[in-house]
Ligand binder design. Sequence first.
Ligand SMILES: [Mg+2]
Length: 250
Amino acid sequence: MALRGILLDIEGTILPKAYVTEVLFPYAQKHLATYLHAHREDHTVRRWAALCQETIAKESGTQLAYEDVAGTLTQWILSDRKHQGLKALQGMIWEEGYRRGVFAPRLYDDVVPALRRWRQGHLHLAIYSSGSEQAQRLLFEHTTDGDLTSLFSYFFDTGMGSKLEPASYRHIADRLGFTPAEVLFLSDVESELEAAATAGFLTTQVVRPGTEPTTRHSTVSTLNDLLDLHSLFTGSAHPLASPIESRDVS
Ligand SMILES: [Mg+2]
C-alpha cells in the first residue's frame, strides 16, 4: 500500500513546547481579565464564558458571575486544562495578539524544508493538535517562515475526538479519504502514537530535546531522516515497511 499522507502533531514535534508554555499561555493569562471585560457585550465571548461558568458550578457548586470567572480560568490555563470554552476564549485572545504582530512562532529548522519536500512528492499534509483549528491556522499564518497554511489540506482539532482514542484517527483517515495504513502519524507523545497505531496508521516518534524516546515505535530526531520516504518505506526490515508508489520526491 502506498503512503498518501502525513498527519502531524504540533507541540513538541514541529514546534518547541516552550512556544506554548512560555509565550502563548502567559499571554492569555495576562490578558484574560481585560479581554473578558472589554468583550462583555460580545455574544460569542459570553457563550464560551457561560460554558466555563457551567463547569465551575458543577465542580465547585459556586455560581461565578461573568466578571469573576477570569481567576479560575487563569488557573485552568496554568494546568493546561483542555476545556472547550477555555480553548475558544484563549483562541480569541491569541487572535488579537497575532493580529497585533505580538507572536512569530519559529518551527524547528528541519520542518519547513521537509514539509515542502513532501508536498513536492504529492503527499497530503494535515495537522492534528489539541489547539483549536482557529488557533492552528493563526499559528501557521504567522510563522517566522511566513504563511504556511497552504501546505496543509486539513487542520484537525479535538472536534475529531481525543488524541488518545483510536476512533479519532479513523475519523481523520475518513476525512482525508485514505485508509489508515496510507497515513503516517508523527508525534512526540507515545500514547498518541499508540492510539494511531491501533487505528492502523503508520507511526514514528519525533524525539526532540527533552522527549522521552519510545521503544514501541520507530523514532527520528529530525524530519531530515524522513525526507526520503521511498527508501524508508520499502526497507522490508523497517517497522514502517510499506512501499511508496510515487518516486518523484525530488
Ligand atoms: Mg506533542
